[in-house]
Design a protein around this ligand. Sequence first.
Ligand code: NDP
Length: 291
Amino acid sequence: MELIDGNKTAADIVAELKAEVAALPGRKPCIALVRVGDDPASVSYVKKKEKTAAEIGIESRIILPPISITQDELFNILDDLNADPTVDGILVQAPLPKHIDEVAVFRRVSAAKDVDGFNTINLGKVAQEDDTGFVACTPAGIMELLARSGTDLKGKHVVVLGRSLIVGKPVALLALQKKTGANGTVTICHSGTSNLPAITRQADVLIAAIGRPEFVTADMVKPGAVVIDVGINRVPDASKKTGYRLTGDVHFPSVSPLCSKITPVPGGVGPMTVAMLMKNTVKAYHLATAS
Ligand code: NDP
């Protein structure tokens, strides 16, 4: 069994971007990070994004509206950022408070600055196999991990567990694309799927993104499969200082001996998400400065 090391792959991408940004003439790429309220997970995610941007040489602009902000006020902030020629990428940290329509916010971010890849236009471009758009960071990170670990999806049965707009659906579309490295035969499973283990057992490549701790067990995996565990779940653990431990959607101890390759949690898909956000920001900069 080979461990797919997301920390190392993400560090490689960060190093590549750092070299690319250092060679840019004039102004550097800039990402606006909008965090509504003080949700502790969001605070740590935005901090990590700010830190990685600084490491690469990408400027970040942090905007911290209070939790009480109205949707219209948030739209005004986004409209200003959309119009600002010195801002290349905009990220609105999810989750947003309940009184704000998350999808409407994602749509409000200009498609040209939507480095999170959640705007309708960019999701559509994934379906159309149009590479001028932005691919959502977690699915893009999964594809990059597969490519850099030498996993070609052509002729393989790829089973995606989960159909969310941020992971399951876009990664299924990417695996399906008719291009080198992709070209998989894709099945998407969800809570309405009957006899799920019979389907997951057919997977040459199994991508688990359902948000259920250690849901995928050994009896659900074909020996020799490549397993990508997207899940990040907090499970209560009194032995930890924090009171919890992080676990994936895959039961790693029983599944890993069966696999040809597997991502760990933490240290698998997670670090790739931030690296791909930075890659999208540099892409947005190039598109903006070329036009
Ligand atoms: P969502 O909750 O939005 O979607 C979960 C999906 O799994 C849904 O499609 C749901 O089906 C399906 N599902 C849930 N329970 C079952 C079940 N028992 N059997 C079959 N299908 C089921 O989750 P996300 O896609 O946002 O996230 C998935 C996981 O990935 C989470 O652990 C999250 O923390 C993690 N994540 C990690 C990231 C990273 O950077 N590594 C980034 C984003 C997410 P239905 O549609 O029918 O409800």
